[in-house]
Structure formats: C-alpha cells, structure tokens
Write a protein that binds this ligand. Structure first.
Ligand code: ATP
Length: 355
C-alpha cells in the first residue's frame, strides 16, 4: 500500500497574521520533499501542522486514506527532528534515543536492542551510556535523528536540522542524510532556507513565499525553469531582465532596455505586455560560439570577480548589464576590465517568467 502524504488546501492564521495560505502538495511515499523559502514564509508552520503541533485554520492533512486532522501528535505516524536537537541534557544517549519507545511501553529488553541498532545506523555505536552534553554538535544531531527514527515513523519531519552545524560538517551530513533516507525508504519532509541544501538533497522542492507556493518541482526544474521572478532570484544567481513583449512573424521577442532577445511566442501575451526573463550566468559564454541560433551580443567588460575555480564576468551591453560565470582552467584566460567582449548563449536558456 502506498501512503502518500497530502497537504490539502491548508491555511493557517495566527490572529491577524496569515502564516500559510491555501497550500496544496502531495509527497509520494519514500520521497524526499523540501519546503524552501526565506525566513517567515511559513515553512515551519506547515511542518508543524503535518506533525499535529498546530491545527490548520482551513484544509486537511491526509496520509494514504487517513485524515490526520484532529489526531494528536503522539498518535500520528510522524516524527520530528528540530534544529536545536531538543535532546534531554541530563539523560544519557540511550535514554534520549529510547524515549519514544518508553512512552509507548516497549519492554526494556526490546528497547535496549532497538536503541543499539539505531545508534549503529547513525554511526555512533556503543555510546548508550554517555551524556549527550559530552557530544559534539554533529553527534548530537545524529542522536536527535536516531531518537526520531526509533519509533519507525512513516514520515520524518526535519526542521532545519543542520542549521547549527559548520559548513563542512553540514555538507557531509547532507549527503549522509540523503543516503539514509534512500536506505530506509521512508518519506522525509525537510525545511530549509538554504537553496543549495534543497538542490542537493531533494527529490522535489516546494518553494514558499509569504505563505503561498511559488513553484514546486524537481531540483532541476526549479533551478533551470524558474516560473516566477521570486524563484529565479531566490534560487542561485541569475540575470533578471524586465522587458516588453512583441510578436515577430512566427516568433517573438522581449526588448529589455538596449537588447532584444528572441523567445518562444507566449499565447496569452499581447504586444507591449511587460515580460521578465532570467538567464543563468553559467549559460552565458564568452565569444561568438559559432552557433547561428545563439543569442550573440557585444559589450564592454566592466568587472571580473575571481572566486578560485570560477570567475564572474560583468559585461555592459549598451547599458544593459549581464553577468556570466566562467570556469577557470588558467587565470590567463580571463578577460580584462575595459576590454570589448562578445557573449553568447543558446536561446533556450532565456527563461520567460510568468509571475
Ligand atoms: P523561519 O525560517 O524564520 O523559521 P518560517 O518560514 O519557518 O521562518 P514560520 O515560522 O512558519 O516561517 O512563520 C510564518 C509566519 O507566521 C511569520 O510571520 C511568523 O511570525 C508567524 N507565526 C508563526 N508562528 C506564530 C505564532 N505561534 N503566533 C503568531 N504568529 C506566528
């Protein structure tokens, strides 16, 4: 039986504040879904409604064919991992990990076995008798994970669980968490404001802004075909240009200041409509590229920002500024500010934004 989790028309008001508005999405069983957005966009509130810590003002949370509305958090097949770990500081590792089983009156012997297995799973075997305050931040996060997983939830809810770790550990843990999720095959719903983390780990991303869904899709779709200005701007770096739409025979163009870019016709748009486009810096190359279908422009190099393995090159095309990203093999390949540069990109990478 597949038990997909459905967030169905959920709205949450706190007094006058609408934290979440008409949010709809389904997570397929065994998938890794991330709720991504800036601070205050309603990620945590959505997660807490799935956990049962908050009640939706409108809408329902449904797992398989079970409506979870009104079910107490402890009776839901969900478990939550918090950013601050929320471990009991004066209890041992074993007591912390086994807590959920004790609450469910699982006999001591079985508890000990299952705690041991969980600690092996999170690669901290034989730490049962240690105090949690003797452990590092990364180790405490593994204990929090073991504690959440021991009750065998169908859905694991994770609220910025790596937020307190330093960058290197965080990156290692991202890969470990993703591997663990794939091995266990349980559904993960993960909250973060870190777009790189979301792109690395997720099967699917739901981008939230001011309580509403901006876009949902795979990491590739979210990054390569952002649908709105907000998504294009929030996920990665991009060139955002505002322009005016015009039909042009079989095709169409957007005039953005001094440059005119060919695009696929938009059936719903009329001549003169305002349209924005996004072009990712790594899609733009130096040189004319030799492709007759590519967009080719000439301008002046304004700035070159060296970042080790890549450089950001800012080019001014008659007043329209574009930034491109260039892999550095040898820094001698970089253009110099003030020089003239031809740039090109494949027309398909001019992404038209609809919102
Ligand atoms: P962060 O990344 O900062 O945790 P978030 O995206 O998780 O942000 P939420 O914590 O869900 O956002 O908050 C969404 C909105 O709801 C915010 O405006 C917040 O101030 C408000 N809010 C959240 N919880 C409450 C509450 N218990 N009472 C009143 N307002 C709340």
């Amino acid at each position: 039986m597949t038990a997909n989790l459905r967030v169905d028309g959920v709205t949450k008001d706190f007094g006058d504040v609408r934290a979440v508005e008409d949010v709809n999405f389904t997570v397929e069983e065994g998938k890794f879904l991330t709720l991504l957005g800036p601070s205050g966009c309603g990620k945590t509130t959505t997660l807490r409604m799935i956990a049962g810590f908050e009640t939706p003002t409108e809408g329902r949370i449904v797992l398989g064919d079970r409506d979870l509305t009104g079910v107490e958090p402890y009776d839901r097949p969900t478990s939550m991992v918090f950013q601050n770990y929320a471990l009991f500081p004066h209890k041992t590792v074993g007591e912390n990990v086994g807590f959920g089983l004790k609450m469910r009156d699982v006999p001591k012997e079985e508890r000990r076995d299952r705690v041991g297995r969980m600690l092996e799973l999170v690669e901290l075997p034989d730490t049962e008798d240690r105090g949690v305050d003797e452990l590092s931040g990364g180790q405490q996060q593994r204990i929090a994970l073991a504690r959440a997983l021991i009750t065998e939830p169908e859905v694991l809810l994770l609220d910025e669980p790596l937020g307190a770790l330093d960058l290197k550990l965080r990156k290692n843990m991202q890969v470990e968490l993703k591997n663990l999720q794939e091995d266990l095959g349980i559904t993960f719903i993960y909250v973060t404001h870190d777009q790189e983390e979301a792109l690395t780990m997720s099967d699917e991303i739901v981008v939230l802004n001011e309580g509403r869904i901006e876009q949902r899709g795979t990491p590739t779709a979210i990054y390569e075909q952002p649908e709105t200005r907000f998504v294009a701007d929030f996920i990665g770096d991009t060139n955002l240009l505002d322009g005016t739409y015009a039909r042009n025979g079989e095709g169409a163009t957007v005039r953005c200041g001094t440059v005119e870019l060919p695009i696929e016709p938009i059936p719903s748009a009329a001549d003169g409509d305002a349209v924005s486009v996004s072009i990712r810096p790594e899609k733009i190359h130096l040189g004319d590229g030799g492709d007759p279908d590519a967009v080719t422009l000439t301008g002046e190099v304004e700035e070159v920002i060296y970042q080790g393995n890549i450089a950001k090159v800012h080019v001014n095309v008659d007043g329209t500024r574009l930034v491109l990203e260039r892999q550095i093999v040898d820094s001698i390949d970089l253009p110099t500010p003030g020089s003239s540069a031809t740039i090109n990109w494949s027309e398909e990478y001019t992404d038209v934004l609809t919102g």
